[in-house]
Design a protein around this ligand. Structure first.
Ligand code: ZN
Length: 363
């Protein structure tokens, strides 16, 4: 999903802020600064920060429910329309996904209901502006209620989309369930977009665009995951590949880039154990700095490494988050294969071709 800013880490979950959220934040703050001056702008920034703290709590509702079923969540991404928790794997049963999906809106309902009971502020009652903090928390309560309801719209990427998929998946299967929920998401996005254009509401158009793109991305990732269901990493990996050694100069990496059709190379030590990875961009940067620079200094050390016996659907989150490759390593840390996004796409295309051929062959 492109560039993001890391805010912090809690219980094994990294909280990140997407660039579009920063853009939205800066845009709305500077607009308020220009129109109404510094005090309302600072107030707004504090309000949005509080609101996003509530969004993070909503996400932790999902995360704790997922942890209950043994599914870890390495990352939360905060977007202008809310947060997205990336689960490490799909919960095994649709019923588990249903509970995980409902846990977030349940938290928002609880926060919203709690704040409204405490403050008793009616929605957008601007006559109460003088009340100060009480007013702010009242509005926060209403927005939390709105978030809970908005997130229950049965369409991707909203939580309701996951609820819909969980309900459909038990009858139609995971892939078809996802396709229907994603199509619903794009349909809702088009409605939002038209409403935004008719009302001249830029924020609504912005949300519509985001929902549309996110629904498409969700469908893509889900399709990839369902295509890898029941396969291991060993089934989908590239086994014909070259490695670089830590002590080689970057110029040797550049030669390997030309000689092979690889764009990503695992880097191994003298004993053949995986130490990192070097992709095309890294090689070009190193050559630009110093062709004699050892590969060890140019490589990325946190390249994802998994065992050949792992389920292939564990590759998808790494690759969809922009990692150029995942290294598949044996028991002694020796690379036995690599997997790239292109490689996964080829796998998907082959599987689709086979699926569309089988009914014809059966006739
Ligand atoms: Zn949610």
């Amino acid at each position: 999903m492109g560039w993001s800013l890391t805010l912090g880490k809690y219980g094994g979950t990294t909280v990140r802020l997407h660039w579009s959220f920063l853009l939205f934040f800066v845009w709305i703050a500077s607009l308020t600064l220009l129109r109404e001056g510094p005090a309302p702008a600072i107030g707004l920034v504090i309000f949005i920060s509080l609101l996003f703290f509530c969004v993070v709590l909503h996400e932790f509702g999902h995360i704790l429910a997922a942890r209950h079923f043994g599914v870890r969540t390495p990352e939360i991404l905060l977007l202008p329309i809310g947060g997205v928790s990336r689960l490490e794997r799909i919960p095994e049963e649709p019923r588990q996904e249903l509970i995980i999906a409902l846990a977030g809106p349940a938290v928002s309902f609880a926060i919203g209901g709690g704040l409204l009971l405490l403050t008793g502020i009616p929605p957008f009652d601007f006559s109460a502006e003088g009340v100060g903090l009480l007013f702010v928390f009242g509005q926060l309560g209403w927005i939390n209620l709105f978030l809970a309801v908005f997130n229950l719209i049965p369409a991707f990427p909203m939580d309701g989309g996951r609820v819909l998929r969980a309900l459909l998946a038990s009858r139609l299967g995971y892939a078809r369930g996802t396709r229907i929920a994603a199509s619903a998401g794009q349909f809702v996005a088009i409605l939002f977009g038209m409403a935004g254009l008719l009302a001249g509401n830029v924020i609504l158009v912005f949300i519509a665009l985001f929902v549309f793109l996110a629904a498409g991305a969700e469908a893509g990732v889900a399709q990839m995951r369902s295509a890898t269901l029941g396969l291991t990493a060993a089934d989908v990996m590239i086994t014909d590949f070259e490695c670089l050694r830590v002590d080689q100069p970057s110029s040797a990496a550049a030669e390997a880039l030309i000689r092979t059709n690889q764009c990503e190379f695992p880097v191994v030590d003298g004993a053949g154990r995986i130490r990192g990875g070097l992709a095309r961009d890294g090689i070009i940067k190193a050559i630009h700095a110093d062709p004699a620079m050892p590969v060890a200094d140019a490589m990325q050390t946190n390249v994802p490494v998994i065992s050949p016996l792992h389920n292939a659907d564990q590759l998808v989150p790494h690759l969809s988050q922009g990692e150029p490759m995942v290294v598949i390593a044996g028991a002694n840390g020796e690379p036995v294969g690599i997997v790239t996004w292109d490689n996964m796409l080829e796998h998907l295309m082959i599987q689709k071709a086979q699926e569309s051929r089988w009914p014809a062959a059966a006739r």
